[in-house]
Design a protein around this ligand. Structure first.
Ligand code: ZN
Length: 200
């Protein structure tokens, strides 16, 4: 249990147990905790986080639906890659995003990989043609990861997905030419997509 004390008001006389609603994407999670009546402060305790995770995992609806924008070439290549694995384009966008957030951004050489991909010739090709939006529905667990990434790098969710997808598509199209580390990533990405496609 949290201390009955408000660090903002530096006082304990207005702290009472009451219901709070915590926004999570387009949804909101409600629970009872100690809240300061004066300023509304409450602590996001590990207990609340745990309850929120439990609630989020059981949610069957999407928490957010960002709309990243991709060029015609990127859409076409994604369609082709998705078809090869027997999935649709939007689920592939989700898989590429999950791979990026789970396996790429935490690497020590992340910045180097990112720079290499951004300047690669295949990336240029993926930027050709008219750009159009696509809706990518996101469930709770991926939302949490995306949210963390968005906060750290200060980019909106849609931009984070664009970055992740373009990284994945570049890796898939260049297959790590002249860069062994990227070749290994391309192979593990292929496997990652195959695993998800099989589970779908
Ligand atoms: Zn207060």
């Amino acid at each position: 249990m949290t201390k009955r004390f408000c660090p903002h008001c530096e006082d304990d006389k207005n702290v009472v147990e009451r219901k709070v609603s915590i926004p999570v994407g387009a949804e909101s999670f409600s629970t009872r905790t100690l809240v300061c009546k004066e300023c509304g402060h409450y602590a996001l305790t590990s207990e609340i986080r745990r309850e929120m995770d439990e609630w989020g995992r059981s949610l069957t609806k999407n928490i957010i639906e960002p709309q990243p924008i991709f060029s015609e070439a990127a859409h076409r290549f994604a369609e082709e890659m998705a078809a090869r694995h027997g999935i649709k384009r939007v689920p592939l966008f989700r898989v590429l995003t999950a791979f990026y957030l789970n396996r790429v951004v935490n690497r020590d050489d992340f910045q180097e990989l990112k720079k290499f991909c951004e300047s690669h010739a295949s990336r240029k090709l993926l930027e050709e043609g008219t750009r159009s939006k696509v809706s990518v529905p996101i469930r709770y667990l991926m939302y949490r990861k995306l949210q963390t990434f968005s906060e750290v790098w200060k980019v909106p969710h849609a931009k984070a997905i664009e970055e992740a997808v373009l990284f994945g598509l570049t890796v898939l199209s260049c297959k790590g030419e002249n860069f062994d580390r990227l070749k290994t990533i391309a192979e593990s990405l292929q496997q990652y997509i195959a695993d998800v496609a099989q589970a779908a």
